[in-house]
Ligand binder design. Structure first.
Ligand code: PLP
Length: 371
């Protein structure tokens, strides 16, 4: 039964939330937001209720950008935009901004999100699929020596981490001077990154950055100003950059919360430290799966995602009991994506090693009872 307004919440505890997105957020960030929710910075208002044009919110926006730049060591050559519409709207915004009418664009297809990016880009440009992981069942990344790039492509696009398949690029493609574009929705901030190698990086926030509603775009400034005629202003990177991502009302609460996540990440030691934690979490889970003789992960070892770990049980009829028993043990949202089934554990920055160890202990116990 839904609670009435004013009723006290039942006593509850935080669970380990393995959802792929919207995903778990750091508890200190949520507590901070809670503590200042109704009276933010002695304004007598919540941050949701103040003007995005006011000085207080301007500080939120500039801090968030400065902290993100520091975390990722974003070079001065690149603009940072805080947009709306999710990673999905970028599938269209990218060709609208960077592909002149009639030109060809190169895409590497490594799974479900690549396919969506390709389908949307095809409305605006001739999409050439330079490499397709289909032959591997989308469990591998084709090595770059085998790619067939088109000579005149306006850019080269790839999906750095396939959130559904759990396939992550183990290398940064060499684009030979063509703007390199990456969908980093589920991997940005998981480790250090050489941003200077990219023409554009984009990510929906709800995986590893903050709540849904915000999209981060990092784009080389020299690529701005090429939007084709008819591009809506909110999708035009130059127009958004000129307005500080405030061409219209931005998602202020999501922006504020992402800013708190950046401050939390910095306090936790930045991305070098995050990478060590993320590697340890992933190695613990893959190591257990591989040695279990019960669970399995189909992805080529070199391309296994640190962030999204899909796994299968030996019999499909065990999936439902696994998910519901896990949920009762405080391990939530382990069902795989509806398109592929199986299980999936997402291990974003906010998932502590303790959560992964609790999952492994549960998996061991479940296997012993059903093996
Ligand atoms: C989640 C996700 C998307 C879609 O993000 P939205 O913000 O829902 O549009 C795109 N690409 C990847 C790799 C994702 O993980």
């Amino acid at each position: 039964m839904a609670r009435q307004f004013g009723e006290r919440p039942p006593v509850s505890m935080r669970v380990y939330n393995f959802a792929a997105g919207p995903a778990t957020l750091p508890l200190p960030v949520l507590e901070r937001a809670r503590d200042e929710l109704t009276d933010w910075q002695s304004s007598g208002m919540s941050v949701m209720e103040v003007s995005h044009r006011g000085r207080a919110f301007a500080r939120v926006a500039t801090d968030a950008e400065a902290d993100l730049r520091e975390l990722l060591a974003v070079p001065a050559s690149h603009k940072v935009l805080f947009l709306q519409g999710g990673a999905t709207l970028q599938f269209s915004a990218i060709p609208l901004n960077l592909a002149p009418p009639g030109c060809t664009v190169d895409y590497v297809c490594t799974g479900a999100w690549s396919k969506k990016a390709i389908a949307d880009a095809a409305a605006f440009a001739t999409v050439h699929v330079a490499a397709d992981a289909k032959a591997s069942g989308y469990f591998d990344v084709p090595e770059q020596a085998l790619w067939q790039r088109s000579p005149q492509a306006a850019y080269l696009h790839y999906t750095a981490n396939e959130t559904i398949g759990g396939v992550e690029f183990p290398f940064v493609p060499d684009s030979d001077g063509v703007p390199l574009i990456a969908d980093m929705s589920s991997t940005l901030l998981s480790r250090p990154l050489d941003v200077g190698r990219y023409g554009l990086i984009y990510a929906g926030a709800q995986k590893n950055i903050g709540p849904a509603g915000l999209t981060v775009v990092i784009v080389r400034e020299s690529l701005l100003g090429r939007a084709r005629q008819g591009t809506p202003a909110v999708l035009d990177y130059r127009a958004q950059a000129a307005e500080g991502s405030m061409l219209n009302t931005p998602p202020t609460f999501a922006w504020y919360l992402a800013g708190l996540v950046f401050k939390w990440l910095k306090a936790e030691g930045g991305l070098e430290a995050a990478a060590l934690r993320n590697r340890a979490k992933a190695e613990a889970l893959y190591g257990y799966i591989d040695g279990s003789g019960f669970y399995s992960n189909p992805v080529a070892r070199a391309c296994r995602s640190w962030m999204n770990v899909p796994f299968r049980l030996p019999r499909a009829e065990l999936e439902q009991p696994f998910a519901s028993e896990a949920a009762r043990a405080g391990l939530a949202n382990l069902e795989g994506h509806r398109s592929v089934g199986g299980m999936r554990a997402s291990l974003y920055n906010a998932m502590p090693l303790a959560g992964v160890l609790a999952l492994i202990a549960f998996m061991r116990d479940f296997a012993a009872r059903h093996g």
